[in-house]
Design a protein around this ligand. Sequence first.
Ligand code: ADP
Ligand code: ASP
Ligand code: MG
Length: 407
Amino acid sequence: MALIVQKYGGTSIANQERIQAIAAKVKKFRQNGDDIVVVVSAMAGETNKLIELAKAIQPQPQPRELDVLMATGEQVTIALLAMALEQIDCPARSYTGWQVSIHTDNAHNKARIKNIDTDKIFADIAAGKVVIIAGFQGIDTQGNITTLGRGGSDTTGVAIAAALNATECQIYTDVEGVYTTDPRIEPKAQRLDNITFEEMLELASLGSKVLQIRAVEFAGKYKVPLRVLSSFKDGPGTLITLEDDTVETVRISGVTYSRDEAKLTILGVPDRPGIAYGILGPIADANIEVDMIVQNVTADGTSTDFTFTVHRNDYPKAMEILQASAKTFGNGKVTGDTHIVKISLVGVGMRSHAGIAAKMFQALAQEGVNIRMISTSEIKISVVVDEKYLELGVRTLHDAFELDQEP
Ligand code: ADP
Ligand code: ASP
Ligand code: MG
């Protein structure tokens, strides 16, 4: 008998029919003798609606109050799923994050799980019940409701699986697993049977929202067997694995993209030690994460243009800070661009194969896609391009590396 944690995302429980379908699915697992703990998201689109409601009243709502509001989405679905299960004679019990309790730090809107009480969960399992837990939410030491960042129900699922030492954590979504790229952008994308934690971490951090990055981190750290599957269609899904020989031979596993990018440049800064720190220090102090950085020295070698990217949400704040810095360091000129995207190629095979970057740049050049910035790590190459090239860029790379072929 296995203990399985199943997480269902927003589209999987978007309406009454879907909730009833999930209840039937869960009941089947129970009839096979498995113990099931379910983690659910809010219905598709609900969290966005709640955020809109908040912003209509206060453009920059207090993070604490936003958490109180956003956490309501998941409270609806846990109760409805518990009712749907009870209705088909499958005993179930729902819990909000704070009822469980899922303890987090106090970083509202992006809290991290610290520990989870398992007593109630184990007691209900022992009593033959399906336990249903609200994803995306927890409670801090002061009793405040917290949320875990967008897509955070994935992390709740994995954290619960780790705390319960579950046999497997299954993430049910609206696609059949992890694909070579977003199947909504490239219909020729192929489902991967497995992918390493390391590659999945890169994909998640570079924009692929099929799994929240913290969920992957958690699963890697606590060695939780993790699988992504469709809630609409039966199938093997994708298993996230520790690296093994079969995976090593795969050169490239996927292409991913992020629309959440913005670029800022400060022009004509003096070329001397301490400048990078002088520019980026205040940005870091404002809790803004910087991603790519490029510095170009002018032909006469006396000054440089300093460019970096941030999350699009942080752009206005970063621009304000940079304009202040320009008075101290630069010739006063700052430029910015929010119409850019990042496209990345990921694969553990990059370690052992040369020429991948050249092939990537050639493929983009042949399609007339201009590369604005480049960054690399051991297993990924990212380029920043104009927003209008997003689909073309993703499809071009997917073709160039023959990712549409059966793995
Ligand atoms: P859920 O609501 O179930 O959490 P999400 O919308 O958060 O679902 O994540 C699933 C979506 O992730 C898919 O519909 C797909 O468009 C997108 N996606 C992006 N990259 C990939 C990828 N490489 N493989 C599979 N899905 C991907
Ligand atoms: N409902 C939350 C969101 O939309 C959490 C999740 O779906 O994972 O981000
Ligand atoms: Mg999600």
